[in-house]
Design a protein. Structure first.
Length: 265
């Protein structure tokens, strides 16, 4: 999605055409957002954890969190926003960016350099960053007496790893989701490291997972849900051994695993 948006809005000036759910703006005040954002030039689009970061000129960054149901869609001037589109940014060439968020969980921040540093510092290492190694994974898990599934979802430990990919990575690494993070051996940490990166790489290649309403910036569904090994496959046979996949709740999140391939030892 980030690449698609980058291609479409690079070096385009923006203004706020619509903002009808002011609670989505976490910082600064809505009045300051209206004063500071219009006319800013979009220079790049990136990501930190689950925040989409649009780099603007003059040292500002527009940070957007889609949460559970949000979508960022680039539309032509003729497009009519749905009732769930709560923020519209109009670009200089007539195109518009719609922030469609049916459940109103999404959030927006306009950050200066200090705010961006604070956002960055609040998250753990990025699993696809070259600096992320098995040694780093071992360090962030060391001494943590919490279930490994819970640890993987804690953005302060590892950034950007969601519920789907945590389940898939644990299956690939043959680690039970209820194991304590501190109990993993070096060999298991190495397997988990490789599994995390492999699962994320496959998901990116398949344009993400669409279970309900995820779409990329062109409005297209992802295809990675067709490649799940355990997630959302309760009672289906494990691809490795044929045992029925089980579902449990860990940290209030649905968790899927194979009881044979992932023994709780």
């Amino acid at each position: 999605m980030l690449t698609n948006i980058f291609e479409l809005v690079y070096l385009r000036k923006a203004r706020i055409e619509k903002l009808d759910w002011e609670r989505m703006v976490e910082t600064p005040s809505v009045a300051d957002l209206y004063a500071l954002l219009p006319g800013r030039t979009m220079q790049a689009v990136g990501r930190r954890a689950k925040w989409i970061l649009v780099t603007l000129d003059a040292g500002w960054t527009l940070a957007v969190h889609l949460r559970m149901s949000g979508q960022l869609l680039v539309q032509g001037p003729e497009a009519t926003p749905r009732s769930h589109v709560h923020l519209v940014l109009a670009l200089a060439d007539g195109r518009r960016i719609f922030f469609d968020d049916e459940r109103k969980f999404g959030r927006v921040r306009l950050l200066d350099a200090a705010g961006l540093r604070a956002l960055d510092a609040s998250f753990g290492p990025e699993p696809l960053d070259p600096c992320f190694t098995p040694g780093v994974l071992g360090q962030v898990l060391a001494g943590r007496r919490v279930k490994i599934k819970v640890a993987l979802l804690d953005q302060r430990i590892i950034a950007g790893l969601g519920n789907i990919y945590a389940s898939e990575a644990l299956w690939l690494a043959k680690i039970h989701p209820l194991r304590l993070a501190s109990s993993l051996t070096q060999e298991e940490i190495a397997r988990l490291y490789s599994a995390i990166r492999q699962v994320l790489a496959v998901a990116i290649e398949n344009q993400g997972s669409t279970l309900r309403n995820y779409r990329n910036s062109y409005g297209e569904s992802g295809q990675n849900q067709d490649h799940f090994q355990v997630y959302d496959r309760r009672d289906a046979p494990c691809a490795n051994c044929g045992t029925a996949v089980m579902r449990i709740v860990v940290g209030q999140r649905s968790t899927y695993f194979c009881p044979t391939c992932q023994p709780e030892v």
